[in-house]
Design a protein around this ligand. Structure first.
Ligand code: GLP
Length: 274
C-alpha cells in the first residue's frame, strides 16, 4: 500500500475529508495531488496555474515537489503560480516576507519562470495597493483561473489573510484581493517569527475569498491539535464569515481537506466513515 493512502475518508459539508496517520504522510499526498493537477492541466490546455500557500504547514509539501522535480518527475516550465498573501509593507528580500519563503522553499529549486511566479508586492505604494490587488485578480483571470489552490488555515479560521468578519456570507464570498489588517489571533501566532507580537507587521495583502473559491480545486491542509477546533467549526459549523474557512462549504465538490489525526480529532466520525 503506498504510504500516502489516508486512514479515513469522509464526506462532510460537500468536501472530501482525508485523515492521514501523520502530517508528513498527508504532505506527501498533497504533493502528489499537486503534481497530478499540473499534469492534468498540461495535458488539457498546455499550461497549469497553481495558487500557493505559506506558513509552517506546507513546507514539507514544497520539499516533496522539489524532490519530484529533481527526479525528473515534475516540471514547472509551463506552470504559473499565484501566492495567497504577503505582509504589507515589506521588502521582498526581507527574510520574513512570503516572497523569501517561496524563494527558499520552492522557486529557487525548480524551473518556474521568474515572471510566472506571482507574489503580491509588499513594496507597492499604499495609494496604489488597491489597484495592485485588482491587477492580481486580473492576472489570475487572464491566466485562465487557478487549477488548484493550496490552503492552510489560521487558528481563527482565516484562509490566506481573509480574517473573520461580520459580513454577510454573500458579501464575504465576493471579497476580492485587497489590503487588510491582521486579526489579533493572527498577530499572536506570528509573534514567534517576528520576535514579539508588537513587531508583527500588522497589515497584509491577501488574495480575496472570491478568487480562492473560483479555483477549480482546493486542497486544505491542517495538522496538529491546535487546528482541531477550527477544522471542526469550518466543516461542521454554520457557513459564516466569522469562520472564513467555512465559506469553503459553499463550493461543494471542489474541496479536499488533508488532515492528520490530531487536527481531525473534533470531527465526529459517523456513518459516512469508511
Ligand atoms: C498564515 C498564512 C496563512 C496560513 C496560516 C496558517 O498566517 N497567512 O496562509 O495558512 O496562517 O499558518 P501555519 O501553517 O503556520 O499554521
Amino acid at each position: 500500500m503506498p504510504a500516502e493512502i489516508p486512514a479515513r475518508v469522509l464526506t462532510l459539508a460537500g468536501s472530501s475529508v482525508q485523515v492521514f496517520a501523520d502530517a508528513p504522510t498527508a504532505c506527501l499526498a498533497a504533493a502528489g495531488r499537486i503534481a497530478e493537477a499540473v499534469k492534468a492541466s498540461l495535458a488539457a490546455r498546455g499550461r497549469a496555474v497553481l495558487g500557493l500557500a505559506t506558513g509552517a504547514t506546507p513546507e514539507p509539501v514544497y520539499a516533496r515537489l522539489v524532490a519530484l522535480h529533481r527526479e525528473g518527475a515534475l516540471s514547472f516550465a509551463r506552470v504559473s503560480t499565484y501566492n495567497l498573501d504577503e505582509y504589507y509593507p515589506i521588502q521582498p528580500l526581507d527574510p520574513l516576507s512570503y516572497r523569501s519563503y517561496m524563494h527558499w522553499h520552492l522557486f529557487q529549486h525548480v524551473d518556474l519562470a521568474p515572471d510566472h511566479a506571482h507574489v503580491l508586492d509588499g513594496t507597492v505604494p499604499e495609494a496604489f495597493a488597491a489597484e495592485h490587488a485588482a491587477q492580481f485578480d486580473r492576472w489570475i483571470a487572464a491566466d485562465g483561473g487557478l487549477d488548484l489552490q493550496l490552503l492552510g488555515i489560521g487558528r481563527n479560521g482565516h484562509i490566506g489573510f481573509n480574517e473573520p468578519s461580520d459580513l454577510s456570507v454573500d458579501d464575504a464570498r465576493k471579497l476580492p484581493t485587497r489590503l487588510v489588517p491582521l486579526h489579533p489571533i493572527t498577530r499572536t501566532d506570528a509573534a514567534r517569527e517576528f520576535g514579539g507580537e508588537d513587531k508583527v507587521i500588522p497589515r497584509a495583502l491577501t488574495m480575496g475569498v472570491a478568487p480562492i473559491l473560483a479555483a477549480r480545486s482546493i486542497l486544505v491542509l491542517a495538522f496538529g491539535p491546535r487546528k482541531a477546533e477550527v477544522v471542526a467549526e469550518a466543516l461542521r459549523g454554520p457557513v459564516t464569515a466569522e469562520v472564513p474557512a467555512s465559506l469553503l462549504q459553499t463550493v461543494p465538490g471542489k474541496v479536499t481537506w488533508l488532515l492528520d489525526e490530531a487536527a481531525a480529532h473534533q470531527l465526529v466520525y459517523d456513518s459516512n466513515l469508511r
